[in-house]
Design a binder for this molecule. Sequence first.
Ligand code: CAA
Length: 379
Amino acid sequence: MHFELTEEQIAVRDAARDFANMELLPGIIERDNEQKVDLSLVKKLGEMGFLGMMVDPKYNGGGMDTISYVLAMEEISKVDASSAVIMSVNNSLVCWGLEKFGSEEQKQKYLTKLSTGENIGAFCLSEPEAGSDATSQRTTAEDKGDHYLVNGTKNWITNGGISDVCLVMAQTDPEKRHKGINCLIIEKGLDGFVVGKKEDKLGIRSSDTHSLMFGDVKVPKENRIGEDGFGFNFAMTTLNGGRIGIASQALGIASGAYELALKYSKERSAFGKPISQHQAIQFKLSDMATEIDAARLMILRAAWLKDNGKPFAREAAMAKLYASEVAMKVSVEAVQIHGGYGYVKEYHVERLMRDAKITQIYEGTSEIQRIVIARDLLK
Ligand code: CAA
């Protein structure tokens, strides 16, 4: 076992760090206040190769490993967790799923543009009445011979407003329960496809989250991913990879908050010395650093397993469960160390604290991660 990163992995991490500090940090407070997705920044993310990092270069991707991806995710998330979720959904849920399970025609038509950021993708599983209970899909894809007729509503869709291509789970044969679900590639602009309201969120406010409505949307049969009834399996397998991305986002939020708290603790004096010299603060910093390290190791292990073709669902769920709990705890402590300054926007830690919460909810709540882990332990 060795813990050293390769030169390429270090270069990717450093490029992401520079990009985050030079391009994403300026204006971050305003974008958060205004809930603004800056499309020019999304375009730059694509130009830097951060939107299709793991895709084979023959489909215009970066051909990188999952370890490079999680390193980049951590660096981007330290500064801007909103850009990180745009990146995570496009890389791990959309590009990875399409590359692993899509047909050659689908990859040529869609993946080649998604991996560069020319197109942006969304992953549409959640519904008003099917969040954690994802097998209870109400959206239907009626088989009409050469096409499907799609009807229903998807909720809380990351990139819902800015996406060009959506991977939509829909029920074709309710009697077969989850084995009757299909995943369809649905392009924006089709008749009957309506982008619903934008959600006003607690955190990750400069990413967009929408509901999407489908009313008799005609989707060609060739846009189905995999065999008839493969959609739920597609969603679950893709989410296993996605959970490594969200774990890395949580890690980045935690390490960003910790670094700000560490710096502040050396600069701020109270009772005649820097607050970093008080044991109450030292104990907090020690716990934060230890838990961040543990989360990082769990994420790197899950990424390594994935890169080496080994089962990784349990380890991804563990990494996401743990890293998201650490993000919440560390960001709250970072605000506490900053005192009153931590409660105002200028010091960035209150935003990281708000951003942290969603990592315990999306791509499977902490409770769902425990179910995934327990089922794997007990099988
Ligand atoms: N990996 C692979 N397959 C899995 C799996 C996993 N982690 N978890 C479940 N499955 C498979 C099961 O093996 C089973 O398949 P077979 O019948 O072929 O054996 C099938 O899925 C159904 O599983 P269960 O019988 O266990 O069904 P269940 O209803 O009891 O539990 C669940 C399923 C695990 C709770 C699942 O519904 C789940 O993961 N829910 C959470 C959904 C989720 O993560 N949503 C996130 C939305 S996407 C998002 O947030 C993106 C974004 O925009 C940021």
